[in-house]
Design a protein around this ligand. Structure first.
Ligand SMILES: NC(=O)c1ccc[n+]([C@@H]2O[C@H](COP(=O)([O-])OP(=O)(O)OC[C@H]3O[C@@H](n4cnc5c(N)ncnc54)[C@H](O)[C@@H]3O)[C@@H](O)[C@H]2O)c1
Ligand SMILES: [Zn+2]
Length: 365
């Protein structure tokens, strides 16, 4: 079993991220070591619930727990106030109290929603993350950010609330659809680009290879989760270092918004990383060889094959609005070398546009 230890902010304690194939079947042992009471509440979405809900309940019951499974709709529409409120009332109806732990069983949506609820239910109850998507395993479940959406935008209501445990079982990914796998791999690539060139090399043989070999998959998850953990531990509330996690995301968010979120997050980030690599060559001294290799890797994964028709002007204005900078310049995370990020304070919008157009038209190289 692999373990990553994360300090609990402001306290003399830490919590663990555990990564082990089959861990979902051994979960009760770890709940016991957290001194969790027998009454626990699992929160999941309809798909994960239908795949793994019965098993999760059975495993907990067998170990003497009395679990209650609560189910939300799938997708972003579950990360809303009405759903959070409904869950809170169901918790009360099923007898939850100030000490009742919540268990998030699902992707980033379930994790964000459960963490949010756990942070405010009865002024805060303990929760643990059992992520079931690659994105949640390497990114969303780590760092203690929780959120729900408003009609005005994503993640506008949120809190910081650290889980007591993150239990990662790579075997959940056996049922994860290909598009969701790529979505997660975009974040793995990001982590590699900013901190771990060796991780990038592991992805070179392609997606199939990574997912076929359980040891390799476990290693990739471990390395990526460790990078996120290291960065957030150093900078819990996003002052400085945490900004490097925005590699590919500044432009990515602009693309997501301009496409009204039709473009998947991982796809948007992939385009953002392609452009960032080009800009890194121009502005940060990245060698053209490393830049080209990085871009080829992104495309080999199957990401950024085709950009849907978008108003690029809209993308750029989303960027300019997003960042409180001079109107025509934005803060961008670039690379000096693979694994060595720099924060570039004033990248001209025109140059970003040019880099993106080059990628869309050029499709590689
Ligand atoms: N808190 C953070 O720091 C943070 C960071 C990144 C992203 N996020 C949030 O994470 C969310 C995205 O998470 P996501 O990509 O995991 O999406 P998701 O939770 O919507 O899951 C994607 C889809 O996969 C299904 N699914 C999940 N696990 C499965 C499995 N093992 N087998 C088959 N199907 C499965 C789900 O039912 C869902 O339909 C966004 O809301 C984003 O804002 C949060
Ligand atoms: Zn992301």
């Amino acid at each position: 079993m692999r373990e990553i230890s994360l300090p609990l902010p402001g306290r003399d304690q830490s919590y663990q991220i555990l990564i082990d194939p089959g861990l979902r079947l051994r979960l009760p042992r770890f709940l016991a070591s957290l001194n969790f009471p027998p009454r626990v509440f699992l929160i999941t979405d309809t798909r994960v619930g239908s795949l793994y809900g019965d098993q999760a309940v059975a495993v907990l019951k067998e170990a003497g727990y009395s679990p209650t499974l609560l189910t939300t709709p799938r997708g972003e529409r579950a990360k809303t106030w009405p759903v959070a409120q409904r869950l809170a009332r169901e918790l009360l109806a099923r007898g939850a109290d100030r000490g009742s732990p919540l268990i998030a069983l699902g992707g980033g949506v379930v994790g964000d929603l459960t963490g949010f609820l756990a942070s405010i239910f009865m002024r805060g109850v303990p929760f643990i993350q059992v992520p079931t998507t690659l994105l949640a395993m390497v990114d969303a479940a780590i760092g203690g950010k929780t959120a729900i959406n408003l009609a005005e935008g994503k993640n506008l209501l949120g809190t910081f609330h650290q889980p007591r445990l993150v239990a990662i079982d790579p075997q959940f990914l056996r049922t994860l659809p290909a598009g969701q796998r790529r979505n997660g791999l975009a974040e793995v690539l990001k982590a590699g680009f900013i901190q771990d060139p060796d991780l990038l090399e592991r992805l070179e043989p392609g997606v199939k290879h990574v997912f076929q070999d359980e040891d390799e998959l476990t290693e990739v998850i471990h390395r990526t989760a460790a990078i996120k953990a290291r960065v957030v531990a150093a900078d819990e509330r996003e002052g400085g270092l945490r900004r490097i996690l925005n590699f590919g995301h500044t432009l990515g968010h602009g693309l997501e918004q301009a496409s009204s979120f039709r473009l998947a997050h991982g796809e948007a980030v992939a385009w953002g990383m392609l452009a960032a690599l080009r800009l890194s060559e121009k502005l940060a001294g990245l060698s053209p060889q490393e830049g080209a290799w990085g871009r080829q890797l992104i495309r080999n994964i199957g990401l950024a094959r085709r950009l849907p028709r978008l108003d690029l002007q809209l993308v750029l204005s989303a960027l300019a609005l997003d960042k409180k900078r001079q109107a025509d310049r934005v803060v961008f995370v670039l690379l000096k070398r693979l694994g060595e990020p720099v924060i570039q304070e004033d990248v001209p919008l025109g140059m970003i546009n040019e880099a993106l157009v080059q990628e869309v038209l050029g499709g590689g190289g």
